[in-house]
Each structure stands twice: as C-alpha cells, then as structure tokens.
Design a protein around this ligand. Sequence first.
Ligand code: FAD
Ligand code: SF4
Length: 511
Amino acid sequence: MNPPKSLVLILGDQLDLKGAALKGFNLKTDEVIMIESIPEAEYVWSHKAKIALFLSAMRHFAQNLTELHYPLSYIQDSPLSIVETLREKMIQEGVTHLICVEPGEWRLKQQIEALAKELSLKLDMREDDHFYCSHQEFTEWVADKKELRLEYFYRLMRKRHHILVDSEGNPESGQWNYDQDNRKPYPKKGPGIIEAPVLFEPDHITKEVLAFVNATYPKHPGSLDHFQWPVTRSQALEALDYFVEYRLRNFGVYEDAMWTDTPFGWHSILSSSLNLKLLNPREVIAAVLEAWKKYSLDLSTVEGFIRQILGWREFVRGMYYLDMPKMAQDNYYNHQRSLPQWYWTGQTNMACMKDAIGQTLQYGYAHHIQRLMVTGNFALLAEILPSEVCDWYLAIYVDAIEWVELPNTAGMALFANGGRFTSKPYIASGAYIKRMSNYCNACKYKPDVRFGESACPVTTLYWNFLIKHRSQFESSPRTKLMTANLKRISDEDQQLIVDHAQYVLNHLNDL
Ligand code: FAD
Ligand code: SF4
C-alpha cells in the first residue's frame, strides 16, 4: 500500500470537523492521525477528569471521522510523547507531508517544528481559524499601543465583527461596558434556586475511558465520580442551548458571586467545549444575541458574557502567542515559595480555599472569581513561585490549555509579567471574600482581623504585601490609591502584621 500523501495531525483540543486541519483533505490520498499519549497526561500532574475529558472527546471525534469515511490512524495508549509517536509513524510509513493546526501550547509547537526540520518534512502548520482574531490582526493592534488593555481591544472586536454596535460603530445603548452592574454578591440568604447546568451521563465510550483513567492514573488528583462533561459536539450544542435558555439571564449580575456548595453559580460551563473546539465562539455569541431578543434579557448580562468570549478569550490568546516563551518564565516579584500541599487536597482550615479547591477536585471546575480572587489571590500574596502555580492551574482544570491558562495565571492572577496587560495586581483582603461570598461565616479565621491567632491569612498577607511594596505602589499613579488605607494603620500594628505574615509564610502548609 502506498503511504498517505499527507498526514493530518489532529490534537485533543482541535476536535472540529470544519477546522483548518481538514480543509482540502483528500479522502483518497491523505490520512488523519490522532494520538493518545500516556506521558502527555503526566507532564503536569493532571486531574483525572481533565485526562478523561480529552480522551473521551477524542474517541468520540474519531468515531465521527470513521463514520464519515476519513482514513484514520488512531493510536491509543502510546508510551511515547505525541511528537515521538508521530516521528515513529512518519519514519515507518515514509510520509513526508505533515499538516496540522498550530497547537495551543508553545512546547508542542516547537517540538513539531523541530521534528519537521529533523525529518525534512514538508510542514503545513495552519493558523487556528476557530478564533475571531488572527495573529496578524493582534500584532497590528499591538504595534501602536503604549499600554495593552483588554477594553480597547474588545471595542475593536465589537466594531470589526458588528457585535452590539450600531451601523456607525457606536455601542448598543451608548455604553461599552456594564461591569459595574455585574459585581453583585448573592442575597444574604443565599443564591436561591439556580437552574442546574445540563449534565451528560457517560455512554459506553466514556465509561471505558473512566475505567482506563482510574486504572492508569490512580494517584492523580481529583475524582471521576461527577464526570458529566459534554464530550461530543451535539452535547456541547445542547449545553449551549440550555445555558442561553435557563442560565444566561442571571449570569451577569452574579458573575463574581461565590457561595459554599454552589460550584457553578449562573456560569455557562462552556469553556471546556469551546477549548476542545466542540463549539465555535461565533455560534456561542449568535445564540446569546438571539436569546437576548427572544427572552428580553438585560443588556448588562449579554454584554458581560460577550466580553468574556469576544474580549478576554481572544485577548489572552493574542498575548500568549505574542509573549511566549518569556511569559512562562516571568517572575516580576521574584517569588520562590512552594505551593502549599493542600492545593492538591483541599485540606485546609481556610473555608474559601477549601471550598474552591474542593469543588475543583470534584469537578475540575471553578469559576473565574474563585480562580482569580481565591486561589490566585492567595498564591500571589503567599509569594508562590509562578511556574508552580501555573502548573497547578494547567493540571487541575478541565478547560486548561496553555494558551488560555498561562496568561490568566501568570499575567492576571500573579502579575508575573509586571503588568504587561493589567494596570495593577489583582489583590484583595479577606474583606472582599467576605463581601462576595458566605465563606467567612464558617471559617476558623476572621476576615477583619489582621494579625494574631484568629487573623485571616488572606488579610494578613494582603496588608503585608502592601507594606512590602508600598513605595513601588506609591510611585505610580495607577497603583497609588492601593496603599491609601495603610495610613489608617499605626506603625505598631503594621509591624505586628509584618511579623505575623512572616509566621504565616513560614507555615503555609499548616493553614
Ligand atoms: P463563564 O464565566 O460562563 O464565561 C464564558 C466564557 O468566557 C468561558 O467559557 C470562557 O471561554 C470565556 N472566558 C471567561 N473569562 C475568560 C478569561 N479570563 N480568559 C479567557 N476566556 C475567558 N479559562 C480557560 O478556558 N482555561 C483555563 O485554563 C483558564 N485558566 C484560568 C486561570 C486563572 C488563574 C484565571 C483567573 C482564569 C482562568 N480562565 C481559564 C478563565 C476563566 O476562569 C474560565 O474561562 C471560566 O471560569 C470557565 O468557566 P465558564 O465556562 O463557566 O465561564
Ligand atoms: Fe477565607 Fe479569610 Fe474568609 Fe476564612 S476568613 S474564608 S480564610 S477570607
């Protein structure tokens, strides 16, 4: 048999029949290759649900390809990395043409390019047309900017794609941004009844994957007991329909709210489907705009949601490809501490961390504010080495792929790039967590106490951070206001905060 003319590599987060990889595919001469690699799930200590989601979605996609008569080589349980497996295949079959879509991870992109060089392959690495903004457009946008800020990029995207703008490019109802309406906590009595997200019972393919993951990665973090993620395009579309019909209406107002045992709030839970490319952002935005009219939803909720997809998601992707590989090494504050062990178990007395990490281990999911202002905020204030924090986020969330995880973690949560695309560090004391959740009610610590045995570690470390970086914050108009409240704390108390913070930092594993 003749070797295929071109081998088309489809990675686990490129599961789109209409994606760039399959454009121009010749059913007679070309072949698709998909690879399940054991080491790939181990290079960060991945959550079992993340591994299972990728494998199940890949196997369902492979089934789809076979039904459509695509010639497919599906390599299961490879003991080699993706690129080593690919290398063997190319050499064994004497294939010289490799087609793929640019991977969402720098490491893999470099490895594929190196392989092509080594084997003198003709490599056709295509840009991912899933996204609204191409690399070229993003680079052009960056070129004349002094400061890289989401807001202006987002406005450009709105205008360029005619989303929530009038014919002259002005924002719908005269306002670009409804952030101020979208920051409410739940009522004091609690969130009330929230429409539960739609969940998908594992079919035989998923059940087989779950058994495989439990047997192959028994020591990996997280549980598979609640695995009900969409693993096919039709399930992802069903999840989207359900979200816009039942949950979008309260998305905006409670976007930042947190409450014990309320893992999903009113969030969409669509990130894993989007990132695996089971869903296209254009169809998500179209569905949201349609629901806006059909159910007369508030513009604030619709704008707030579209901002996440058309704004943040596209913006962080642009930043990732612009700033890699430096982004992965940045450590602006030179933080060197190790991640506390309880990030992997949830066994801590801090109620906020226990809840956010607990649900993460259960589902592989936490919403944005839990990631940014609970686990991320603490990691920054506790001076944890950014690469350790980033590895944790990459491992533990089902939607984590480096192009989106790294800019959010290193850039937004940890300020590791010194504010390349944020105006100041996102830091908060226990008072913020108290305001936005009920976590503090059942906590061993007291959010308003700054030092001493009952002091909230978040609060102690927050004030310590401000004291430590005071002169730097005060030297810039962007951060000057952050230290204003320090003036109300006496010098003696500031010293007590610093002393207690030192104790906390030396005992991070015991909190
Ligand atoms: P919703 O709150 O319903 O938002 C809708 C969609 O908007 C999401 O599905 C997502 O596709 C997009 N979105 C929202 N915020 C962001 C953002 N900041 N950046 C990019 N897209 C966004 N998101 C990931 O998809 N993968 C990650 O690995 C990831 N890591 C993160 C790490 C940290 C430290 C932080 C602070 C955020 C991270 N995010 C990540 C962004 C965000 O937290 C998740 O996209 C969101 O929580 C997913 O839940 P959802 O689908 O219910 O989102
Ligand atoms: Fe978290 Fe502090 Fe509140 Fe406890 S008191 S839940 S540690 S913010």
